[in-house]
Write a protein that binds this ligand. Structure first.
Ligand code: HEC
Length: 103
């Protein structure tokens, strides 16, 4: 009986996790895959994640402007980091992750 309860619980937990993962894009995973190459190194003049000086004026524009610039491109920043297969929601989640240390 104990075993059955444990198995049921594990099944429920796995379902709950899958539902959450679907509803919410994983910003860190998208960042690691699509943004890090520039935003960790400063390549092409990209503001580095966690660099408060580089981000202060950008963050002042408001998060919606940052979302738009990340999705549509901005200066040397390619639209969606060049990965057009990403959804807008995934790019927004990556922006959240990118600016999280400086907000
Ligand atoms: C090829 C390099 C490159 C990649 C890949 C890249 N970026 Fe950028 N990003 C830049 C550069 C360069 C800038 C600075 C643009 C400027 O100020 O002219 C920038 C600026 C930004 C800004 C600030 C825009 C503003 O209004 O100041 C955000 C937000 C951003 N990137 C998000 C992302 C996200 C999210 C991803 C991944 C989906 C990503 N970037 C991938 C190069 C890149």
């Amino acid at each position: 009986m104990k075993k059955l309860t444990a198995a049921l619980f594990a099944g429920t937990a796995a379902l709950a996790f899958a539902a959450t993962a679907q509803a919410e894009a994983d910003g860190e995973a998208v960042y690691n895959q699509a943004c890090m190459a520039c935003h960790m190194t400063g390549a092409a003049g990209a503001p580095i994640r966690g660099d408060a000086d580089a981000w202060s004026a950008r963050v002042e524009q408001g998060i919606d402007t940052l979302y738009t610039h990340a999705i549509e491109g901005f200066g040397a920043m390619p639209p969606k980091g060049g990965q057009m297969g990403l959804s807008d929601e995934e790019v927004q989640a990556a922006v959240d992750f990118l600016v999280e240390p400086v907000m």
